[in-house]
Design a protein around this ligand. Structure first.
Ligand SMILES: [Zn+2]
Length: 335
């Protein structure tokens, strides 16, 4: 595509995204009609401020103006922020985890961390769908309409999966049922935060299951992960839906083998690089683990998004805690 057409195309994307953002402004809590406010996916006090410098953190994001992945140092107001709750729900609902003395032995604590991220995921998917619907409305022939329609359908399916998880969380909160399995472990301080859902199933597994069924799967297996600084070290917290127990237990439990922390560190390093979007880094982490090899992170992300890669759980011998991490990671061959 020539430069002028490409510029027009990017302008339509950016404008549609801005318009879509303006359309999503209500609090996400079921039944609430209040206007949502800007808040953080993980609390600022006691968590984000442990790794930020001058109230700034590094983000890894898609620059929509250029359609390029980039690392960018952002102020805390923008980094790890979302617009999902009204003032009342943001304060009241999360009171128990907005303290410097969080009770991690409680099921409810894990549930609240999960709920917060869940809404952020729903927000992102809604923005994705709305943006594409607005692009479709422009009738511009710069876009492949079938691609847009497929993206919209996939996005809507993902939202309904997330909404099903939302209903279970709300039920657990209100009726003390337990639809999820959560685990937590302490890991050494590392200047990063991640909080996200990721799909356990690989494309290979999904294709195979759908071929056997003769139709699309009703749901994917979603997992939750959160890593954040707390007190002297970091917390690793993960969860899955109980109905997926048989399928995911072995994979999941490997993160929590006390006598083998190396395996845990390798697994989180792979997940963070290849499968998690929602992450922020402190200056210290950026300087030691990213600076100078930014393009390798971009290459890794593109490798995972490549349609020919059907095994998203591929893992490499890499570990953020390794002194030589930068060298080892840069030497990896992805093809
Ligand atoms: Zn509300």
């Amino acid at each position: 595509m020539n430069a002028k057409l490409n510029f027009q195309k990017l302008r339509i994307i950016v404008n549609s995204r801005t318009a879509a953002k303006k359309k999503i402004k209500k609090c996400f809590y079921p039944g609430c009609n209040e206007k949502s406010i800007n808040s953080h996916i993980l609390q600022r006090k006691g968590i984000l401020d442990k790794i930020s410098t001058d109230s700034h953190l590094w983000t890894f994001r898609n620059n929509h103006q250029k359609d390029e992945l980039e690392f960018k140092r952002l102020g805390l107001k923008k980094a790890f922020a979302f617009n999902c709750f009204c003032n009342h729900h943001d304060t009241e609902l999360f009171k128990e985890i907005e303290t410097t003395d969080i009770d991690f032995t409680k099921y409810r604590t894990m549930l609240l961390f999960t709920l917060r991220v869940l809404y952020d995921e729903i927000y992102k998917k809604m923005l994705f769908v709305e943006t594409r619907e607005l692009i479709l409305d422009t009738n511009s022939d710069l876009f492949d309409k079938e691609d847009l329609i497929r993206d919209i359908e996939d996005g809507k399916l993902a939202i309904s999966d997330l909404k099903r998880i939302e209903q279970k969380i709300i039920l657990d909160l209100e009726q003390n049922t337990e639809h999820f399995v959560f685990k937590k472990r302490d890991i050494p301080r590392i200047a990063l935060c991640v909080s996200t859902f990721f799909t356990y199933d690989t494309t290979e597994e999904t294709d195979k299951a759908e071929a056997e069924l003769g139709r699309k799967l009703d749901r994917y297996t979603e997992m939750f992960i959160s890593i954040f600084p707390y007190q002297q070290g970091n917390i690793l917290m993960m969860g899955y839906e109980k109905i997926d127990e048989v399928k995911v237990k072995d994979y999941f439990d490997e993160f929590f083998i006390e006598e083998n922390p190396e395996l845990c560190y390798m697994k989180i390093t792979n997940l963070l690089i290849f499968n998690c979007e929602n992450k922020v880094f402190g200056d210290q982490f950026y300087n030691r683990k990213i600076e100078g090899i930014e393009s390798k992170y971009i290459e890794a992300t593109q490798f995972m998004l490549d349609k020919n890669n059907k095994n998203e759980r591929t893992s490499f011998k890499i570990n953020f805690y390794d002194e030589d991490f930068k060298q080892i990671f840069s030497a990896l061959k992805f093809k």
